[in-house]
Ligand binder design. Sequence first.
Ligand code: AMP
Ligand code: GLY
Length: 424
Amino acid sequence: MNILIIGSGGRESAFAYKISQSQKLDKLYIAPGNAGTKQYGENVPLNVNDFDGIADFALANQVDMIVVGPEEPLVKGIHDYFLDREDLKQISVIGPQQAGAQLEGSKDFSKEFMVKHQIPTAAFRSFDQATLQEGLAYLETQSLPIVLKADGLAQGKGVLICETLDQAKAELTAMISEAKFGAASQVVVVEEFLRGIELSVFVLTDGEHYKILPSAKDYKRIGERDTGLNTGGMGSVSPVPFATKEFLDKVEERVIKPTISGLKLDQIPYKGFVFIGLMNVDGNPYVIEYNVRMGDPETQSVLTRIQSDLVDLLEGVAKGDLDRRSYTVSEKTAATVVLVSGGYPGKYQSSKPIANIENVEKSYVFHAGTKEEAGQVLTAGGRVLAVTALEDNLFDALQQATADAGRIFFEGKYFRTDIGFDLI
Ligand code: AMP
Ligand code: GLY
């Protein structure tokens, strides 16, 4: 099978690594990829939202399957585009069509979906320009802190946790009337603040059957002990020690089953990954958000634990017989530490030479923001590399990943040395 991965981050590097291991793979392409994905396949200089270009390339190179990494092309309808064109129909796309992608593309849609299908989530109401005054009055009736969420995609920045009523009112007004997050905040979800510990559960589905992938926890803040600004993700671990069998059974019964059956009931076809962001509130799961793709850097920790042939599973998704595909997961623990450019998530410098990757022997090094110029690997983004260790227990995995993160060098390199240690 010839497979094309869409995307260029650490997540896509992990996909490329795992897919490259498959017996079923003939040729692997990554568009656009990065300096690291070249070791697993061929990079193709195409933008993730260039559907015409992707289609032309796929036809010219007999691509059988497209695995979509990021959410944006899904929300923009890449899967629908392939289904709509007669000459592209035989190419499988892993990732939902636009209707299903609304689970991530619109917070209001996903909240309504959860209410309709009785999936536990925080109490909420949505407001827009026409109902702003009602929204301001609603805020006065709510307890603090309160959560405001831009309805649309806002590059992970559209969620505000407001500690005071004045702040909440000012932010609601700024989001709706002053387009604080552009068109994404024309509608705002105002949501009850949930107290608990977060984790993510990933599901692969063909729309009918599903496999529950390893759960993971990610670390979003830039600073040690979860301080400072939010980032795309500074590290992850899988499995999550507090996600006991009892808790995960509740997740399956209360969240996963009604999500898959809800999509079917609502006649929303869905072939791909569902990323369920959960809050564990006193042992009970509440959905914070859905994403319609895998997480980054969760994928690095999740895929390294999957022992089965990922391409076989993805083929099951495409053909609708995922229930008949073998699926096994390693008992080991994976820990991922992300190396970022100094200054990230604010301003940072790029094009710094990266040295000593070859000194890492025991961990996987997944490239994210990297490029190659004249044979030299250079930094090319905020998140530069993800170092993933797979060891017998959490402590060993964390130690290994952290030590290996220290073995790599580039000017301004920064990484958190406390990823996962809160769980020990
Ligand atoms: P999201 O973009 O939906 O992932 O939200 C970003 C972060 O805001 C989450 O990872 C949580 O840490 C936090 N968050 C979102 N919704 C809630 C909520 N209802 N209660 C508490 N924290 C929340
Ligand atoms: N690590 C969070 C995300 O991928 O959205």
